[in-house]
Design a protein around this ligand. Structure first.
Ligand code: AMP
Ligand code: MG
Length: 371
């Protein structure tokens, strides 16, 4: 792991891109790469470094879900046409095992969906424990599109903000870490990207004549987005507003947000409900002397490799997590018997989480599996 790369973040994007007090969407430089002191090339090297870490963190989450844990992550991706939503899915989410990802793209509601409350289809798409859910567009379309099209009035979209905040708060309380990202390119850049879709036959499928109609309402959409940020940026589900003229920057930020969110879950490898020693004995009885010798030799070799890898993992995690080291659970040692494998850390209060973080300095060298 190239530790020098992480130093290129001068400020964690999680802090930098939140639309807190004084935030003005109209003022945001869409071509900027705030917090990142490197360039595009550095970003590529950085992503290559992050891939194994992200992948391991996702596997821990998945393992946690498979053993009774209740945590999950939901990445909500918003942005107008050409903002780069698909690229984030491909390049960032593409780094992890697709079996652990629940991707849902939300289009114009179908006839069936229209018969229900607008949150109905969203609720059904929420990630199950252990999963990373990804929304390509989301319930936020329901406070953007109908508003700009004049189908609902202020009273309605204000009521929806309240509903959405309550909904997200409940989802978060049930164990889902919500990361909301809004990809915000400039008007000029969107024009260029749409024109490229028209200039290249292999991109025509991505173009919809309606995209130009939406572009014609640019200012209305920007105003609607600004209002969304002002009203639905909550502790339970904060927004990150990302300048998106440079696609590599967008992907970098989302990678960092996702990595950080997974680290903050503090998930170690689940402990088995059975005794390793007992199961080894049972299995050994079914194997030949030669096979057992071979297995023992493999285990001996792997032990050294395991040690090196777990140290590298712990070092990287500590670096990303500038707040303190990750809290790995004790590894599945031989004789933890008959304990429920459910993580003890589910549903932690933030204060408790913080406390644990600083309390487990020496527990963080556990759990790097072989890759
Ligand atoms: P795309 O993401 O480019 O495949 O396009 C999906 C389209 O569906 C976009 O034009 C969205 O604005 C539209 N859409 C998604 N959700 C809604 C919604 N709740 N109401 C109206 N339009 C929506
Ligand atoms: Mg489109």
């Amino acid at each position: 792991m190239a530790h020098d790369r992480t130093d290129l973040w001068t400020t964690p994007p999680a802090e930098l891109l939140r639309p807190g007090g004084g935030f003005d969407l109209a003022d945001m430089d869409r071509g900027d790469a705030p917090g990142w002191s490197g360039g595009k090339k550095d970003s590529k090297a950085f992503l290559a470094d992050r891939a194994p870490l992200l992948s391991e963190l996702q596997e821990r989450l998945f393992a946690h879900g498979r053993t009774g844990g209740d945590r999950s992550v939901l990445l909500v991706i918003q942005g107008l046409d050409t903002a780069g939503k698909g690229g984030v899915v491909r390049h960032v989410i593409g780094m992890v095992d697709p079996q652990g990802v629940a991707l849902r793209a939300f289009g114009v509601p179908t006839a069936q969906e229209r018969r229900h409350h607008y949150l109905w289809r969203v609720r059904r798409a929420l990630p199950k424990p252990g999963m990373i859910g990804v929304f390509d567009r989301s319930h936020y379309e329901d406070v953007l599109v109908p508003r700009v099209q004049g189908e609902i009035d202020e009273e309605v979209w204000k009521k929806r903000y309240r509903e959405i905040n309550r909904f997200e708060e409940r989802v978060a309380a049930a164990g889902t870490t919500i990361i909301k990202v809004a990809l915000m390119p400039s008007y000029e850049e969107q024009g260029l990207r749409l024109m490229e879709r028209l200039d290249r036959p292999e991109k025509h499928w991505k173009f919809d004549p309606g995209d130009v109609d939406t572009r014609l309402r640019w200012d209305d959409y920007q105003a609607a987005y600004a209002d969304v940020f002002a009203n639905t940026h909550t502790d339970a589900a904060p927004w990150h507003v990302i300048p998106a003229d440079r696609k590599w920057y967008t992907r970098l930020v989302v990678t960092e947000l996702l990595t950080q969110a997974l680290i903050d879950l503090g998930l170690g490898w689940p402990r088995p409900r059975w005794r390793v020693a007992t199961q080894k004995r049972r299995l050994a009885e079914t194997m030949s002397e030669e096979s057992l010798a071979e297995a023992a030799e493999k285990a001996r070799k792997k032990a050294a490799q395991f040690q090196v890898e777990e140290e590298a993992y712990a070092a990287t995690v500590n670096e990303v997590d500038d707040d303190g080291p990750v809290r790995a659970e004790e590894s599945a040692a031989d004789d933890h018997m008959d304990e429920p494998a459910t993580s003890r850390r589910s549903k932690q209060a933030p204060a408790e989480k913080k406390h644990k973080k600083h309390n487990n300095k020496d527990k963080d060298k556990k759990g790097k599996k072989k890759s």
